[in-house]
Design a protein around this ligand. Structure first.
Ligand SMILES: NC(=O)c1ccc[n+]([C@@H]2O[C@H](COP(=O)([O-])OP(=O)(O)OC[C@H]3O[C@@H](n4cnc5c(N)ncnc54)[C@H](OP(=O)(O)O)[C@@H]3O)[C@@H](O)[C@H]2O)c1
Length: 354
């Protein structure tokens, strides 16, 4: 190979390596014939850099919304609504890639374009991988909806305890008989501790003007009123810290495992306690954002979707999943410049007492 061509080839290799290092989609212009003239190759090099930078800037300025646990139920309906209303990329995420991709295809058959990323909120590695992906590709996240959650079917008094006893009984057939100690540990692990892990890793990459929505439940608000007066006072206080809240949630689990949770001032509902924790955590994080990023205009709220017909709540619930998505999507799309709600518990688009 004569020296000028070899030199040009080396120059191109250098630019290509830069692109790979920065993990951008390599522009097509990198496919250059080795027989091209040295001079034209060298003069093309700055253009390559420019095209690469332009494509990177385009990604960074594209807005992005991420919804956890969105392969079915309310999460899928949230993604559906965002695909119709949000000016940006919308990510359906799921712990199981197959179920997630099937859901993306079902939306595609409705003419809607959702993107997919695997995300199991119980797996710290999955959370950090996803956070790194969004930081790298978009410079952060504009909208985060923490929707993923679990409930033992009628195992403790969760969702059904809000219903008239007759309806409750009819729904309770086939209720889960898993020991309360196990229900407490497993439910809190996903609904509270894993949601907190999501927030730990995603809050630092929420962009200015961002919106964060934690899907909690009216059951959590009612459960708060069933805690001991001391616990209630701490959950409602303005100075409760994240560490103190985590300690309280762990104390509930530990005492449930010893069969002593009632003596400790906790009610008999694992799902309810997990959602009391999610709402309180939302209030703590909102106060932190106001203090630490006062000029970024980020709004963070907890909400209840209502009682919704999903695998979790069963077929007799009054709201369809699309109706259940209305309040979370309303909070996710609060207009630029809005200053409230922030740090609230919202149901049917209205701030609720806590
Ligand atoms: N339905 C109601 O009446 C109601 C009322 C109040 C609040 N909520 C809340 O609304 C949210 C959605 O509930 P839903 O009724 O739509 O329930 P659902 O139909 O059971 O859907 C729950 C979703 O969460 C996902 N998920 C569970 N664990 C996960 C994990 N570790 N990582 C990632 N995703 C996970 C599930 O994925 P898989 O398919 O892989 O299991 C599924 O996509 C929950 O937070 C729930 O507590 C529901």
């Amino acid at each position: 190979m004569c020296f000028p061509i070899f030199h040009a080839w080396l120059t191109l290799l250098f630019f290509r390596l830069c692109a790979v290092t920065l993990r951008s989609r390599p522009p097509l212009v990198y496919c250059v014939s080795r027989t091209a003239r040295t001079a034209s190759l060298l003069s093309a090099a700055p253009q390559l850099t420019q095209r690469y930078e332009t494509s990177l800037e385009k990604n960074m300025s594209t807005k992005v919304a991420v919804v956890t646990g969105s392969n079915k139920g309310i999460g899928l309906s949230i993604v559906r609504a965002l695909c119709k209303q949000y000016q940006g990329d919308v990510y359906l995420t799921a712990r199981d890639t197959g179920r997630g991709q099937e859901a993306v295809e079902s939306l595609s058959s409705e003419g809607l374009k959702a993107m997919f990323h695997q995300l199991d909120i119980n797996d710290l590695n999955s959370i950090t991988t996803a956070a790194a992906f969004f930081k790298d590709k978009y410079g952060g996240v504009d909208v985060l909806i923490n929707n993923a959650g679990i409930a033992f079917k009628g195992g403790d008094d969760d969702i059904m305890s809000t219903l008239p006893p007759s309806l409750c009984l009819s729904l309770s057939s086939g209720a889960d008989t898993t020991a309360f100690a196990v229900q407490a540990e497993v439910t809190l692990k996903t609904n509270f501790f894993a949601t907190r892990d999501m927030l730990t890793h995603f809050l630092p990459i929420i962009k200015a003007g961002g919106r964060v929505v934690n899907v909690s439940s009216f059951v959590g608000a009612r459960t708060l009123n069933q805690c001991s007066p001391d616990h209630q006072q701490r959950f409602r206080s303005e100075d409760i810290t994240e560490e103190e809240l985590v300690g309280m949630m762990q104390q509930f689990v530990d005492e449930a495992k010893k069969g002593e949770h009632k003596k400790g001032g906790w009610p008999d509902t694992a799902y309810g306690m997990s959602k009391t924790g999610v709402t309180t955590l939302s209030m703590i994080h909102a106060r932190q954002l106001s203090k630490e990023r006062p000029n970024d205009g980020i709004l963070l709220n907890a909400c209840c979707p209502g009682w919704v017909r999903t695998d979790m709540a069963g077929p007799k619930a009054p709201k369809s999943p699309d109706e259940g998505a209305i309040t979370p999507v309303y909070l996710a799309l609060l207009p630029p410049g809005a200053t409230e709600p922030h740090g609230k518990f919202v149901s049917d688009k209205e701030v609720q007492p806590w």
